[in-house]
Design a protein around this ligand. Structure first.
Ligand code: HEC
Ligand code: HEC
Length: 286
C-alpha cells in the first residue's frame, strides 16, 4: 500500500513537472506570437479635413460605429474585458492624462483604427478593426479629425495584457491577438451616401458584419452565455417602420428585448433614417 502511494506520489509529481514545463514552453511560444509586430504596407492617411461639417460628421460616425460603446461616452476609455486569459483595455482616446491623442499622429490613428495595429507595431486586442477596415478614406478622415478634437479626459488605465493562460491559448491556436489586423488595404471603393442597396452594404460592412457574418448569414456568439447573432434575412422582410423601431429601441417585432451589450443598438439608434433605410434595402437583397 505504502509502495503504491509512493509510486502514485512520484508519478503525480512527474505529471506536474511535465505540465508545468509544458505550460512554460507554450506560454513563451504564445508570448512571442502575441508580441509579433506588423507593418502596414499601404499609404496611411496624412491629412484630415478641418471644417466643422466634417468634424460633426466624424462625431456621427464615431457614434454609429460604436467607438463610444467600448471607449465610453466621453472616450476616456475603460477596462473592456478582465478575464483569466487577458485584460483588454479600450484606451483613453483623448489628450487628457493617460490618453493616447497627444502622442498620436494622423497615421497612427489610421493604423490603429483601420488596420488594428498600435504605433509600436503590435496588434490591438479585440478592437474591431477587421471590419472598421472598410471605412473609406473620406470617412476615416472625418472620424480621425473628430477624434483629434475631443475634449481631454484624465483617466489613467492599466495596460492591456495577455496572461499565462492567454499565452497558452495563443500557442494552442485558440486565441489570436492579431485576429483584427490588416497589413494591406482590401476594401471596396465606397459608394456615394444615399438610400441605396450599395450604401447599405457599405455601412453594414463596417460594423454589422463583425458579428452577423460577411454576408449577414449569422455569426458566432460573443461568449458562452451570449445569444448567437442571427441571419438578417428575416429582418429584411420587416416593414421599414418595424426595422427602424427595432434598431432604435432594441425591441424586435416579436417583442424580444435585445441586450445592448450583445447587440449594440444603443450605437445604431444614432443612425439617420436614411442610413437605416439603406441597410434595410441591403437586407432585402440577401
Ligand atoms: C468592441 C469594442 C471596441 C469598439 C467598438 C472600438 N474599440 Fe477601439 N479599442 C478597443 C480595445 C479593447 C482596444 C485596446 C486594444 C489593445 O490595447 O490591445 C482599442 C484600441 C483602440 C485604439 C488604440 C489605442 C492604443 O493603445 O494605441 C484606438 C486608436 C481606438 N481603439 C479607436 C477606436 C475608434 C475610433 C473606434 C470607433 C470607430 C473604436 N476604437 C471602436 C475596443 C473597441
Ligand atoms: C457586437 C455584435 C453585433 C453587432 C456589431 C451587430 N449585431 Fe445585430 N445582433 C447581435 C446579436 C447577438 C443579436 C441577437 C440578440 C438577441 O437575440 O437578444 C442581434 C440581433 C439583431 C437583429 C434582430 C434579428 C431578429 O431576427 O430578431 C437585427 C435586426 C440586427 N441584429 C441588426 C443588426 C444590424 C443592422 C447591425 C449593424 C448596423 C448589427 N445588428 C450589428 C449582435 C450584433
Amino acid at each position: 500500500m505504502k509502495k503504491i502511494l509512493k509510486w502514485t506520489g512520484v508519478s503525480l509529481l512527474g505529471l506536474v513537472i511535465v505540465l508545468v514545463s509544458g505550460g512554460i514552453a507554450l506560454s513563451s511560444i504564445g508570448s512571442s506570437k502575441a508580441n509579433k509586430t506588423y507593418e502596414v504596407t499601404e499609404s496611411l492617411l496624412t491629412t484630415v479635413p478641418e471644417d466643422s461639417a466634417s468634424l460633426a460628421y466624424g462625431e456621427h460616425l464615431s457614434k454609429i460605429h460604436g467607438c463610444q460603446s467600448c471607449h465610453t461616452e466621453n472616450l476616456g476609455g475603460k477596462v473592456f474585458v478582465d478575464a483569466p486569459p487577458f485584460r483588454a483595455v479600450a484606451a483613453n482616446l483623448t489628450s487628457g492624462k493617460g490618453g493616447i491623442a497627444q502622442s498620436y499622429s494622423i497615421q497612427d490613428w489610421d493604423r490603429a483604427i483601420r488596420y488594428g495595429i498600435k504605433p509600436d507595431g503590435t496588434a490591438e486586442f479585440l478592437m474591431p478593426s477587421k471590419t472598421l477596415h472598410n471605412l473609406s478614406d473620406a470617412d476615416a478622415g472625418a472620424l480621425i479629425a473628430y477624434m483629434r478634437s475631443v475634449a481631454p479626459v484624465d483617466n489613467e488605465l492599466p495596460a492591456t495584457e495577455l496572461r499565462t493562460l492567454g499565452k497558452i491559448l495563443t500557442a494552442a491556436g485558440e486565441f489570436d491577438a492579431a485576429a483584427e489586423t490588416h497589413t494591406v488595404a482590401n476594401r471596396e471603393p465606397a459608394p456615394p451616401a444615399g438610400i441605396t442597396t450599395e450604401y447599405g452594404k457599405y455601412l453594414s460592412s463596417i460594423t454589422c458584419t463583425h458579428c452577423h457574418g460577411a454576408n449577414m448569414e449569422g455569426g458566432v456568439p460573443l461568449g458562452p452565455d451570449a445569444p448567437a447573432p442571427p441571419p438578417l434575412v428575416p429582418a429584411g422582410t420587416w416593414t421599414i417602420e418595424m426595422f427602424i423601431k427595432s434598431m432604435r429601441t432594441g425591441v424586435t417585432p416579436a417583442n424580444h428585448e435585445m441586450n445592448p451589450e450583445m447587440m449594440p443598438w444603443e450605437a445604431f439608434k444614432h443612425m439617420t433614417d436614411e442610413e437605416l433605410q439603406a441597410i434595410h434595402l441591403y437586407l432585402q437583397t440577401l
